[in-house]
Design a protein around this ligand. Structure first.
Ligand SMILES: [Zn+2]
Length: 231
């Protein structure tokens, strides 16, 4: 068996309702990490995701590199977005059961890393149940004990953009690779990944319905998506 949990970053966007409809048609529940600024811009689309079964997590208000700003500024970034998230859960009429958090760019805050983990722990942020992740490097590092939600496999589709030589073919090549540059092998029996995809409208413009193409491919190769659980 091959399993995965799907995470989608930088929501909401113009294409969020279409992504949500696709996910529901495949019975996939994704953890969507929302940027506060994007919620202000596409509030209805965030509410749509909540009303249609997706879990929204905190991805800060303005998506900074957390190691490049002061500890207090990171906290402001998180708390400003917390208020926005509480508001949209309320407006959607959905109970907020979980509070997952993901650092923008996976930047855990550099020298403030420990203090930020302690902040997340004390303030009730949810840790993803990652007990099925088999990779030694995941278990041996702090990735398996940190509160924030990291990933084990990056689809990297956001690299398809104007001026970049990264192509659709490269996405498939990476998915088929036995040793992906970073992350766990996607289609090996027994493997389980936390997959990272993005909700970028720019990708949509370059590759219409890119999420459908890549997720259909992942499903065709036998990956079963698990419903995310949290501690
Ligand atoms: Zn992001």
């Amino acid at each position: 068996m091959i399993t995965a949990i799907l995470t989608i970053d930088d929501v909401p966007s113009r294409n969020t309702p279409a992504i949500v409809d696709y996910l529901n048609s495949k019975e996939i529940t994704a953890v969507m990490f929302a940027v506060g600024k994007n919620i202000e811009k596409y509030r209805d689309n965030a509410i749509y995701a909540l009303r249609h079964g997706m879990i929204l997590g905190n991805h800060t208000y303005s998506h900074p590199y957390c190691s490049r700003i002061a500890f207090e500024e990171v906290i402001e970034e998180i708390e400003k977005n917390e208020k926005i998230l509480d508001g949209i859960y309320k407006d959607a009429g959905v109970i907020r059961r979980y509070k997952p958090f993901r650092f923008p760019y996976g930047d855990k805050g550099g020298e403030n890393k420990k203090a930020l983990q302690s902040y997340l722990r004390k303030n009730g942020f949810s840790k993803l149940n990652d007990s099925q992740i088999p990779f030694k490097w995941w278990r041996e590092g702090e990735l398996s004990t940190d509160i924030d939600t990291f990933w084990t496999y990056d689809v990297a589709e956001y690299n398809i953009r104007t001026g970049s030589s990264f192509t659709e073919e490269d996405v498939y090549k990476r998915m088929d690779a036995e040793s992906p540059q970073n992350g766990g092998e996607l289609f090996k029996d027994g493997n389980s990944n936390i997959i990272l995809l993005h909700a970028h409208d720019e990708t949509e413009e370059m590759v219409p319905e890119y999420y459908r193409k890549y997720l259909d491919y992942i499903l065709e190769r036998g990956v079963q998506f698990l419903k995310p659980e949290f501690f």
